[in-house]
Ligand binder design. Structure first.
Ligand code: PLP
Length: 453
């Protein structure tokens, strides 16, 4: 694979222009120091100083087939030469084909696809469809969740660090979803956590008034908030509650879709079919922005003769759809979904558990497929997180030291609060995964230094 050649002067110029003119997401502009990226291939990227990094983040958990897959790059180039863009009201071959392939892969009878440019817009539109379909105003969503950075999506997001950027949470009600390691219900077994979480949801619905609730939205396996696989029976229980109250069930699979968990969609692990399913990221590995909502026949019918009041200039953009068609074909031909499942079961899962056995800073290992989190703790007994909630500056010293150690060893880590997520490309080789685990092993020694005696 490609070896980086050092070109520090160009790197410095790229960085200077970035500092002068790019306004970065979620950041204090003067406090960040973004790496200047010179190139990327497969599971790796490199800078202008000759440093090569194994990417354990796959961007923001989206390059499911790795960087620069030649087949997908060629498909985008071919589409650009043929028909680079076209407005959404027309039937375009590559758009129809992308919709057909996505509908074929989504669970159950979700047969109509509304295209957006990303995940947040998918969530915005799913919620709008649910409100119009039911004629009800409220949406229930979980604490410890992430649903996107736009107005409604950010308010649905169950993380108060994000709400400061918007005006309020009108029509949004939060509840606790199951998370046994840090149980909101003081449960000690998965069965207890599941039963209590469902009772809590039912009680929340009772107090809010079922007839006021349009939808319940959940990430099938919450990602950004910590990769917390729900206990057996939970999602089936939510499905039953939704059916009983006429509430639309939305599963947000923006992060978990398209092979990430070792299935095409995480819902397959739990044998549930939502009424609406949101996707983005892995649909085309993020090569061109694309997201969307997969829609049940009942909800699609609501808009059979009544216009759907929503749309986007670039909905189903031909370049994005060409990338999606090609990505789904590559995933099938190279058996990438099966590979992610195998990698989780034989390399990442066992390897991370082995690290947890040797490093006192690892409180819990959670995940499946190419979707894992290490919950790092200061005290394994009390499960006190390695850094306080929402830590920044000096309070974040332990996680900063851990991340720095990873980067120095050539591993680019995903770090969020007291967690590191192991979310590489789904087609990373076993040897690459093992190389990453060895580097993680060394960096965890640094985290261990912050554990109380
Ligand atoms: N929903 C989930 C579950 C996500 O993980 C994300 C992004 O991380 C989003 C929605 C928002 O997607 P986007 O950033 O493409 O708008």
């Amino acid at each position: 694979s490609a070896t980086p050649s050092a070109d520090p002067a160009t790197g410095a110029a790229v960085k200077a222009a970035d500092r002068a003119h790019v306004f970065h997401s979620w950041s204090a502009q003067e406090l960040i120091d973004p790496l200047a990226v010179a190139g990327a291939e497969g599971a790796y990227f490199w800078d202008y100083d000759g440093n090569r990094y194994l990417d354990f983040t796959s961007g923001l958990v989206f390059t499911n087939i790795g960087y620069q897959h030649p087949t997908v790059v060629a498909a985008i180039q071919e589409q650009a030469g043929r028909l680079a863009t076209f407005a959404p009201a027309f039937a375009v071959d590559v758009r129809s084909e992308a919709a057909r392939l996505i509908a074929e892969r989504t669970p159950g009878d979700l047969d109509k696809i509304f295209f957006t440019n990303g995940g947040a817009e998918a969530v915005e539109n799913a919620v709008r469809m649910a409100r119009l379909h039911t004629g009800r105003p409220k949406i229930l969503s979980a604490y410890r969740s992430y649903h996107g950075g736009t107005s409604t999506a950010i308010n649905l997001t169950g993380d108060p660090r994000r709400w400061a950027s918007d005006s309020g949470t009108a029509g949004v009600v939060h509840f606790h979803a199951p998370f046994l390691y840090r149980s909101p219900f003081y449960a000690t077994t998965e069965a207890e956590e599941c039963a209590r979480a469902l009772a809590h949801l039912e009680a929340t619905i009772g107090f809010e008034g079922p007839a006021t609730i349009a939808a319940i939205i959940l990430e099938t396996i919450p990602g950004t908030a910590g990769i917390m696989t729900p206990p057996p029976g939970y999602l089936a229980g939510v499905r039953e509650i939704c059916d009983r109250h006429g509430i639309v069930f939305v599963l947000d699979e923006v992060m978990t879709g398209f092979g990430r968990t070792g299935k095409w969609f995480a819902a397959e692990h739990f044998d549930v079919v939502p009424d609406l399913l949101t996707f983005a990221k892995g649909v085309n590995s993020g090569y061109v922005p694309l997201g969307g909502v997969a829609i049940s026949p009942e909800i699609a019918d609501t808009f059979a003769t009544r216009p759907y009041p929503g749309g986007l200039t670039y909905s189903g953009h031909p370049l994005a759809c060409a990338a999606a068609v090609s990505t789904m074909r590559v995933m099938a031909e190279e058996k990438i979904v099966e590979h992610a499942a195998h990698l989780g079961a034989t390399v990442l899962g066992p390897g991370l558990r082995e690290l947890a056995g040797r490093h006192p800073s690892v409180g819990e290992v959670r995940g499946t497929g190419a979707f894992w989190a290490l919950d790092l703790v200061r005290d394994p007994e009390t499960r006190e997180p390695l850094v306080p909630y929402n830590a920044s500056g000096g309070a974040n010293a332990a996680m900063t030291a851990f991340a720095t150690a990873c980067k120095k060893s050539g591993l680019w880590p995903f770090v969020n609060m007291n967690r590191t997520h192991v979310v590489p490309a789904c087609n990373i080789t076993e040897a690459e995964a093992k190389e990453g685990l060895a580097r993680l092993d060394a960096a965890l020694e640094v985290a261990d230094g912050y554990v109380v005696e």
